[in-house]
Design a protein. Structure first.
Length: 157
């Protein structure tokens, strides 16, 4: 199987059967994101414990397969991580989408990196980049409580 085919398969799988598509009970952080270019909407719920570790993370939303797959993969990978680790993973992901084509963080295992690499293909379709990054910006916003609603039109990527 070619790598691109494997990537497509993973995206289709997560797009059709998103993981963590629900609302976390007793969440203590959340944020909404909207991508007007495509119509994608996402609401991220986080439950951090007293050690700032992600006890649970989930999302509700609707949108294209890429936005759903991205939120699904993201929530899977950041569960159990500490707040500062989550930020490192988000930064690394956005860097991959923007310039490097690589995931460098040591916080993820190889198979987890592969899942993120699947989304690097959106670079060939500039219109779809924000579909892939929406949930990541929204997660950052939830952690920082910087904005109540992210509008991807105002984001660089
Ligand atoms: Zn989209």
């Amino acid at each position: 199987m070619k790598l691109t085919e494997l990537y497509q398969e993973i995206i289709l799988d997560h797009g059709k059967n998103p993981r963590n598509l629900r609302k976390t009970e007793n969440f203590n952080k959340d944020a909404k994101g909207y991508n007007p270019l495509c119509g994608d909407k996402v609401h991220i719920y986080l439950k951090l414990n007293e050690n700032k570790k992600v006890e649970d993370v989930s999302f509700e939303g609707e949108g294209c397969a890429i936005s759903m797959a991205s939120a699904s993969i993201m929530t899977d990978l950041v569960k159990g991580k500490e707040e500062n680790e989550v930020k490192e993973i988000v930064e690394d992901f956005l860097k991959m989408i923007k310039e490097t084509d690589q995931i460098n963080t040591k916080l993820l295992k190889d198979d987890e990196k592969t899942k993120l690499m699947c989304l690097s293909g959106v670079k060939q379709y500039p219109m779809r980049v924000k579909c892939a990054t929406l949930s990541w910006h929204t997660l950052t916003s939830a952690i920082d409580k910087s904005q109540n609603e992210i509008n991807s039109e105002k984001m660089e990527i």
